[in-house]
Design a protein around this ligand. Structure first.
Ligand code: BLA
Length: 512
């Protein structure tokens, strides 16, 4: 079974991380049989934390650990308890030193879960509500997704005091990019770096959809095993999907240690049932964040998730306005010039500014005018020849020219994708906007940073390998053209064709 076989890059999607059979030892776990209220699992570190051997708790009731008042409080919660966590504070009356613990309760996998966490250094009372309110107000007012992400990571860092807080955004292929960062000044920036999908395997991402917060206060620990390890009826360890103490994959712990990170906390950003990204916090030393403070961060994460759509719409609207505005100004310039083509490039904005692109070319009456980063004139001429023969549409766009024409390979660096409008196909009059190959616009963390993750030779993880796996999927492709860009290109074509026709007719009239 995978429980005993080594986990590698190719099978790490199948590591059963929901049933590790052990906990992170900063707290301890009791699982109860719901009907009898008897303990059926205890983590072996009860001995270290409260001086009671786990074996002595199995088969007994909670009175071995808790006083009658706390048990009554728990009884009150039980009828409505689900996988959603509830919280109680408790002094462990039955234990000699009477330590103070937070108890996090939930019901799942046919068991009642009681997780005991020591009271943490970071109290929620350290957060002052007026400044939190101010921060939420700022987040509401953010005018772009980028600003929204930046405010969110700064806010989480302010509240928690983590050394580094990242917004990690997933791409469609499940690789990810750091799109915002708040950090201690002396740490090297991760902003803009990309990481492969394998760094957060599929089943972990699926779990973060169910359980929105993952907390690892100390990556260097010995797991505390469950006693007994197997679920009483299922013959496997109990399902810890909703348990906060769930022990962590050894590979991930190693990965964190390699990064120089001692504690992490991750909050899911979920949009329409899809994991959009993660707010990931790092601390360079172990850090116990109180449950209440984690709940507050979760609240921020959920608020962020709920508002994200609005911010995306704002971004889209802003780009739409930019396109329209540029278009209007270019049409004005075109109208002012006796030679309308000059209106397209002699003043700002030029036709290139109509879209996010690397460059543009105006091909008119045999001349080629290049703006920005474009293929060479000969290459552009080759492209026009291809368009003349192969494309009937007035507006043609692609994010991978190579798929249509192998000769595209030569220009993929600057023009993996393009959008072309024809003003006169026979004459070869076109305007073309170019987009570079995506790979060349991306900084890959693995390329320079990550060393082998495990030294025992079992895990063959080379950064080069994950980079290449990713590169395969995006080679020869540019960012794709949005429907609104295609629409705008059609409008530009209609307008310029009109102008061109008018000029042509005037010339005809004059000649006659
Ligand atoms: C989990 N991997 C994670 C998590 C993050 C990352 C954020 C969530 C848990 C946490 O907050 O620590 C990855 N962390 C990153 C990345 C950055 C970061 C990309 O800070 C960038 C700055 N990991 C590997 C490989 C495997 C692997 C090769 O690199 C498998 C073979 C596994 N990662 C792995 C597993 C988990 C994980 C199993 C789940 C941990 C858990 O919740 O138990």
């Amino acid at each position: 079974s995978l429980l005993n076989s080594p986990i590698t890059l190719t099978n790490c999607d199948r590591e059963p991380i929901h049933i590790p059979g052990s906990v992170q030892p900063y707290g301890f776990l009791l699982c109860l049989q719901p009907e009898t209220r008897r303990v059926v699992h205890a983590s072996e570190n009860t001995l270290a934390l409260i001086g009671v051997p786990a074996e002595n708790l199995i088969g007994h009731g909670l009175d071995k650990v808790l006083g009658a008042a706390t048990i009554a409080e728990i009884e009150e919660l039980l009828p409505t308890l689900t996988e959603a966590a509830r919280l109680l504070g408790a002094r462990l009356d039955a234990v000699a030193e009477r330590p103070f613990y937070k108890i996090i309760l939930h019901r799942y996998d046919g068991l009642l879960w009681l997780e005991f966490e020591p009271v943490a250094e970071t109290a929620v009372s350290a957060v002052d509500l007026p400044s939190l309110n101010l921060a939420l107000g700022q987040m509401l007012g953010a005018s772009s997704v980028a600003e929204f992400c930046q405010l969110a990571v700064e806010q989480v860092r302010d509240i928690t005091g983590f050394d580094r807080v990242l917004m990690y955004k997933f791409a469609e292929d499940a690789s990810g990019e750091v799109v915002a960062e708040a950090k201690r000044d002396d740490l090297e920036p991760f902003m803009g770096l990309h990481y492969p999908a394998t760094d957060i395997p599929q089943q972990a991402r699926a779990m973060y959809l169910k359980n929105w917060l993952r907390f690892i206060p100390n990556v260097s620990y010995e797991p505390a095993k469950l006693v007994p390890v197997l679920h009483p009826t299922a013959h496997r360890p109990p399902d810890m999907t909703y348990a906060v103490l769930r022990s962590v994959s050894p590979i991930h712990l190693e990965y964190m240690r390699n990064m120089g990170v001692a504690a992490t906390m991750t909050i899911s950003i979920i949009q329409e049932g899809v994991l959009w990204g993660l707010i990931t916090c790092h601390h360079m030393t172990p850090r116990l964040v109180s449950y209440e403070l984690r709940e507050l961060c979760l609240f921020l994460g959920k608020t962020f998730s709920a508002l994200l759509k609005t911010k995306q719409q704002q971004d889209e609207q802003a780009y739409r306005l930019h396109i329209r505005d540029t278009q209007v100004r270019i049409f004005e310039l075109v109208g002012q010039h006796s030679n309308f083509v000059e209106g397209l490039y002699q003043r700002m904005p030029t036709i290139r500014d109509a879209f996010n692109c690397g460059g543009a070319a105006i091909c008119f009456e045999g001349d080629i005018i290049s703006l920005g980063t474009t293929p060479t004139k000969e290459q552009i001429q080759g492209l026009i020849n291809w368009l003349k023969v192969n494309v009937k549409e007035d507006v043609f766009y692609t994010d991978s020219y190579v798929k249509h024409n192998p000769e595209g390979l030569a220009i993929r660096g600057v023009a993996s994708g393009f959008i072309a409008i024809s003003l006169a196909q026979e004459a070869g009059d076109y305007i073309i906007w170019f987009r570079p190959e995506q790979i060349q616009t991306v900084t890959w963390a693995g390329q320079t940073q990550k060393a082998e993750v495990l030294q025992d030779g079992q895990l063959k993880l080379s950064p080069r390998q994950s980079f290449e796996a990713w590169a395969q999927t995006v080679v020869n492709t540019s960012a794709s053209w949005l429907p609104m860009e295609v629409e705008a290109a059609k409008e530009i074509r209609l307008h310029l064709s009109d102008v061109r026709l008018k000029v042509f007719n005037e010339l005809q009239t004059r000649a006659a």
